[in-house]
Ligand binder design. Sequence first.
Ligand SMILES: CC(C)(COP(=O)(O)OP(=O)(O)OC[C@H]1O[C@@H](n2cnc3c(N)ncnc32)[C@H](O)[C@@H]1OP(=O)(O)O)[C@@H](O)C(=O)NCCC(=O)NCCS
Length: 241
Amino acid sequence: MNRTDAKTGGRREPGAGGIRKLIESCFSGAEVVVEVSPVIDAVDSLYPAEFSIVKKAVMSRKQEFSTGRFLARKATRLFGIPDQALLRGERGEVLWPESLVGSISHTKEWCAVVVADARDVKGIGIDIEADRFRSADAMSLILHDSELPAFERINGHQRIRELLRIFSAKEAIYKAVSGRIGRYVDFKEVCIRSTDKANQFAGSAPDDGELNELLLQGKGSGGFFNGLVVSSYIVRDSDQQ
Ligand SMILES: CC(C)(COP(=O)(O)OP(=O)(O)OC[C@H]1O[C@@H](n2cnc3c(N)ncnc32)[C@H](O)[C@@H]1OP(=O)(O)O)[C@@H](O)C(=O)NCCC(=O)NCCS
């Protein structure tokens, strides 16, 4: 397989279309390229400098990483950017070409990539998660103290689902702002609030003015599809909201 012809091995994956549609709906109103595929073996399509990032990793990690780079190149080509190695920054983020912002997420099965023009978008984050919680025991690690009272009123399975939704929303936020904020942001620093528009949410950071300012310029959106939760966050200039 070379850098340009990695394929899904001819497999028909009806799920990919559904995930892609959901992600596109999350970003409606913004010019965002969305690519989704099952995780494939695109290791041969990696540039040597990319391969060295994962050369010691297990095969499944090589595959998810290579699928992400494969889809990322597919997306960046649509902006007229020639194929190039997409290396990794010090916090794990993709070093996108200067004119673009983007984000990658993978589960064991699926990979999604979103890319936008950096002149329109300050930061973008995508997160897809399969069911990863068996209980809501992790709530004190994920929720801001002010989120706990409302959360504790939710019962049963719905509580686990809500924790997954908030966890994923915060990971999408982290990916969208980490390049601008330049530091690790803990889950407990951020609050998620549902807005009055269906499936949309807003983030805030009560104890960090700079982060809070950035989050106020952002918009979150998400939903459930085939056992997955999908979350997105996009930060644009206030006058583009
Ligand atoms: C970085 C992190 C968000 C990744 O999420 P994940 O569910 O583990 O994994 P995903 O498959 O969804 O995403 C992995 C991709 O995220 C991207 N990524 C990693 N670190 C990143 C960062 N600092 N900023 C932006 N993107 C990042 C990479 O592209 C990575 O894929 P790759 O290594 O194959 O290129 C997560 O591991 C993490 O460190 N979370 C703690 C910080 C946080 O989320 N705080 C929330 C409060 S806002």
